[in-house]
Each structure stands twice: as C-alpha cells, then as structure tokens.
Design a protein around this ligand. Structure first.
Ligand code: THU
Length: 131
C-alpha cells in the first residue's frame, strides 16, 4: 500500500501531464483503493472552457474504467501553482458518491507545513445523495 508521501509524489508526476493551455494551472491527482491499486489523473482543458475536466474526476474515471471495485480510500491532490490544492465543489461531490463509510481521506501538500489531511465528510457535509 503506498504511503501518503508516495501518493502525493505520484500526484506530482501526474500534474506533469496536465493539458492546461488556458489556465496554466496544472493539477495532478492520485487515488488509492482498498485493493492497493492506484490511478492517476490530470486536468484536461478545452477551448470551450466549461468542458474542462479536473484531475480528481479524471483519476476516479480511470479507476472505474479499469474495473476497480474496491473502496476508494484516499486521494492525493497537487498543483505546482498552489499550496494545499483543495478539490473544487464538483470533485467533492464526485468523491462523496464513492464514500461508503470509509471517510475518504484527502491528502494535500502545504508549502510550509508538509502534508495536510482532510476527509470528505468535513469538506462536504450534508451532501446530496440518492442512495
Ligand atoms: N482544477 C482541477 O483539476 N481540480 C480542481 O479541483 C480545481 C480546478 C483545474 C481545472 C482547470 O483546468 C484548472 O484547474 C484551473 O481552474
């Protein structure tokens, strides 16, 4: 199982693949599942700005497309342009979709204080759910 440090380092690698010609704001994400598998994502922008895809949703999509069936335990998120690159509201809702009582951990890097840990239930309380 990758450590939190390894997960953020992997998110840094993923950020190098970002396609962000409009914002010049690269983001990388790395998701860890109970199986021990990890999947990467980067942001992908589009000329039609609203179609841009965030790194976090790209990573989760990659996991699902690969057939991952175990619980989503952790996500590390990194941008070289930001200290503690928090997930946007849409990505919080995506994470919440896969919250099955494990309180998904969110790992961010603070430029001055190293790794900071949050969980999805604190970042998105009273969330909308159908099931
Ligand atoms: N972005 C992400 O990849 N994740 C987030 O949670 C917030 C924003 C991307 C979208 C866009 O390509 C760039 O960062 C600037 O908003």
């Amino acid at each position: 199982m990758k450590s939190n440090e390894e997960l953020i380092e992997t998110a840094k690698e993923a950020a190098k693949n970002a396609y962000c010609p409009y914002s010049q704001f690269p983001v990388g994400a790395c998701v860890l599942y109970e199986s021990g598998n990890v999947y990467l994502g980067c942001n992908i922008e589009n000329s039609s700005y609203g179609l841009s895809l965030c790194a976090e949703r790209n990573a989760i999509s990659t996991a699902i497309a690969a057939g991952e069936k175990s619980k989503l335990l952790k996500i590390a998120i990194y941008s070289p342009k930001s200290t503690k690159c928090f997930p946007c509201g849409a990505c919080r809702q995506w994470l919440q979709e896969f919250e099955k009582g494990q309180n998904i951990q969110i790992i961010l890097e603070d430029d001055n204080n190293g790794l900071c840990l949050y969980n999805i239930n604190d970042l998105l309380p009273y969330s909308f759910n159908l099931i």
